[in-house]
Design a protein around this ligand. Structure first.
Ligand code: ZN
Length: 186
């Protein structure tokens, strides 16, 4: 197993549609293992393969002690009921978004052994799956929300760290990461 580098916004792979996986071989099992390890180290609850630079339809999630790996996940059904929740994304560090998601969904795919899995998650797990499956289609939380914030950590007079949310916009976030990444010019 290996911890992989997480790619951040500005990398075009995050905007591509990921390819379906054919047969699950040793290579895919290795990717899944690495995704679990990378998610764990970064204290994430979900991760999609494009986030480690692999444009394949594979997601992992970890919620309430359960681990999930789904290859070629498809949302077959969505509840009419929606719910707003606050999300972050390992590929957009320092940003928080209020995102409207379906409360309940049905997901079909195959697990790391190639066996069919059908799940009907609700609430946060349903949210995690919707977020990760969006990654497979090149969609990010900044596309799904008008309530975006920078998470700013500051020290107050007594030296205590405080977190403050500063409202921002999609274009400001894209510009900030672009700037950060821009190669030095001569
Ligand atoms: Zn994400």
């Amino acid at each position: 197993m290996a911890v992989r580098k997480i790619v951040t916004i500005g990398n075009p792979i995050l905007r591509q549609k990921a390819s379906p996986v054919g047969k699950i071989t040793k290579a895919e099992k290795q990717i899944i293992d690495d995704m679990f390890e990378t998610m764990g180290v970064n204290e994430g609850v979900g991760l999609a393969a494009p986030q480690i630079g692999i444009p394949k339809r594979i997601i992992v999630a970890q919620w309430e002690g359960e681990k999930y790996a789904i290859v070629n996940p498809k949302i077959e059904w969505r509840s009419d009921e929606m719910v707003i929740g606050t999300e972050g994304c390992l590929s957009i560090p320092g940003v928080q978004a209020n995102v409207n998601r379906h409360l309940k969904i049905r997901v079909r795919g195959v697990d790391g052994e190639g066996k069919t899995v059908i799940l009907e998650p609700e609430g946060w797990l349903a949210r995690i799956f919707q977020h990760e499956i969006d990654h497979l289609d090149g969609i990010l939380i900044i596309d799904r929300s008008d309530e975006l914030f920078w998470i700013v950590t500051e020290e107050d007079e007594s030296g205590r760290e405080r977190t403050r949310l500063v409202p921002t916009t999609k274009s400001a976030i894209i510009a900030a990461f672009q700037k950060h990444k821009a190669p030095a010019r001569r």
